[in-house]
Design a protein around this ligand. Structure first.
Ligand code: HEM
Length: 197
């Protein structure tokens, strides 16, 4: 990973921690409930892939026979997260998922929709299983961490897309940025003129 990309990632992480209200206490809260939350793994994993495999635009992303490998990946991701095994490398890996998603055509719309689905399932389980105060505390920690993950994957998708473009076309970011700014202004103007009509 280049120094520039690393600096960008650290800054993105800082923004997301501050704005979501994430703290190092959150992984500890998750860890303290891991025996309970690991019993929910299969419900979450099966609901995740049943949703993706029964919706044509997402089903077509997967190759024939790929489901077991993808399920195992989500199981590992969920169990790592709910064990509270969250360090700098783990956060960096989430950013890198954005690049993997670019390669496989997994848009951020799909990512955001499915993270919402996981959060709702997790909330239902918390409310069914725990007294209200504990459910609120556990869900709050899970929500903040998974929202930071969504932000990182989405940012990794956009940023790496841009870096790939820069590397392919050979332009410098500052030049692309100036050209984009001009085009964005034009597009905003067009949009305002159309909506005002
Ligand atoms: C909660 C949302 C999601 C999370 C947390 C997530 C997480 C991950 C992770 C950890 C990887 C492995 C990256 C690596 O190689 O190290 C990955 C890869 C992948 N994900 Fe996602 N993902 C999410 C949503 C989706 C959705 C909605 C789709 C499909 C519509 C999808 C399809 C894939 C595919 C096809 C791969 C690539 C596997 C490969 O070629 O190696 N993911 N994702």
């Amino acid at each position: 990973m280049s120094e520039k990309a690393l600096a960008h990632l650290n800054e993105a992480l800082q923004h997301l921690f501050t704005l979501t209200g994430y703290s190092d206490k959150d992984p500890e809260i998750l860890a303290s409930h891991r025996e309970t939350t690991h019993q929910w793994t299969e419900t979450i994993v099966q609901a995740f892939y049943d949703t993706l495999f029964t919706y044509e635009p997402t089903a077509k992303i997967f190759n024939e026979g790929e489901r077991p490998t993808r399920e195992q990946m989500l199981r590992d991701w969920y169990e790592g997260l709910t064990c509270g095994n969250i360090d700098q490398n783990w956060w960096r890996h989430q950013w890198f998922v954005g690049l993997v998603h670019v390669k496989r055509g997994v848009s951020n719309l799909f990512l955001i929709g499915m993270m919402s689905r996981i959060q709702q399932l997790f909330l239902d389980k918390c409310l069914e299983t725990l007294p209200p105060d504990e459910a609120k505390e556990l869900f709050g920690a899970f929500k903040r961490i998974t929202d930071v993950v969504t932000g990182l994957i989405a940012d990794g998708y956009f940023e790496n897309y841009f870096i790939a473009l820069e590397r392919t076309v050979g332009f410098k970011t500052a030049l692309i940025q100036r050209m984009l700014d001009m085009e964005v202004n034009k597009m905003l103007e067009e949009w305002r003129n159309t909506t005002a009509a």
